[in-house]
Design a binder for this molecule. Structure first.
Ligand SMILES: [Zn+2]
Length: 83
């Protein structure tokens, strides 16, 4: 069985094109994309979690969806403050 990988997608920005190993990494990627867009006066609509099993896109499990929605905020803020 192939590994699950995570990516983020938005109608305008499109797929981030990565195969993140964790949801948290995908979350940070989406945040970084949002930061970059904000600097140019826009915003990122890359808010959809894409889960792939090998090449195949699959539905996120409730746990995965939960993790994405919660976005590991504490860890994220700690990272951001350290920047
Ligand atoms: Zn990415």
């Amino acid at each position: 069985m192939s590994k699950r990988t995570y990516s983020t997608d938005g109608n305008v920005r499109g797929d981030c094109g990565h195969a993140h190993k964790t949801i948290y990494a995908a979350y940070l990627c989406a945040q970084r994309d949002g930061d970059g867009c904000q600097r140019q006066g826009g915003y990122s609509d890359r808010t959809r979690l894409v889960v792939r099993q090998g090449q195949l896109e699959v539905e996120p499990t409730p746990d995965e969806f939960d993790e994405w929605e919660n976005g590991c905020p504490e860890q994220y803020h700690a990272d951001r403050d350290a920047r």
